[in-house]
Write a protein that binds this ligand. Sequence first.
Ligand code: ZN
Length: 300
Amino acid sequence: MKSTPSGSTFRPPEPGHRQRVAGVDPPDPARLALHTVTTKPWDLETAIEKYAAAGVGGISVWRETIADRDRADRTAAGRRIRDAGLTPVSLVRGGFFASADVEERERALEDNRIALTEAVDLRLPAIVLVCGADPNQPLETSREQIAEALVELAPEARDAGVSLLVEPLHPMYSDTRSAVPSLAAANEICRTVDDDAVGVALDVYHLWWEPGLEEQIRLCGTGGRLRAFHVCDWKIPTTDPLLDRGVMGEGCIDIPAVRRAVERAGFTGFIEVEIFSDVYWRGDQEAYLDRIIGAYRDYV
Ligand code: ZN
């Protein structure tokens, strides 16, 4: 049991001992997808091979994983994904639309256009967006710029057959990463943009704290906008704001409750494990993958 600075205590459940939320059965193993960043030490080819061998159903590709690959290489990588029996889920990540500098905003649009071609080459049907924030301007201004960028890119995304998914980020990232700190804010941006090419990626790490989350999930689903579901856990204490995410079951997020809400809202897609962790990246990746698969069964 670890003490938090406030003196309250938290005891993660022993594996397999957490009570399942009533009415929430373990998820279908075929719906498990992994983000390549989760097993960052592996290159794309290794990740494809290991995920497929472990029975993982889908893969979301981080742009870092395909850096310096040309169109032919990306197309070949997309084919390798499909030949291995994995379903391509999303490209991670685009966005960073908000800036007080107009030239920066133009550069961001161009970079997102490149991301669209990358998604097409890999046959990934969606791009996850970290929408951006600039501490030199009000958050409201950043949100307006995000909506403007989405309005501009949406027709191009539709032509490419790729969804643009706004991923709300925890408010601790509102300084430079995202002016969209909640599902309520993401739903509002989707209403403003009002284009079928634009949806939402819901990550439990970013939204578990949000009051009224279940109702916002329902609203998101009603509009057909809920198109991605990311899981990991919030460790107590969390020692790094970026690189100390936990494996499901290791922290305090009631993931089955969020999954129930997401599925009631009509979501039937992949459940994507996305974990940034210096701790796990230092360890044996095969053992880590085994642990993730067990945690998916027990804590999602
Ligand atoms: Zn995410």
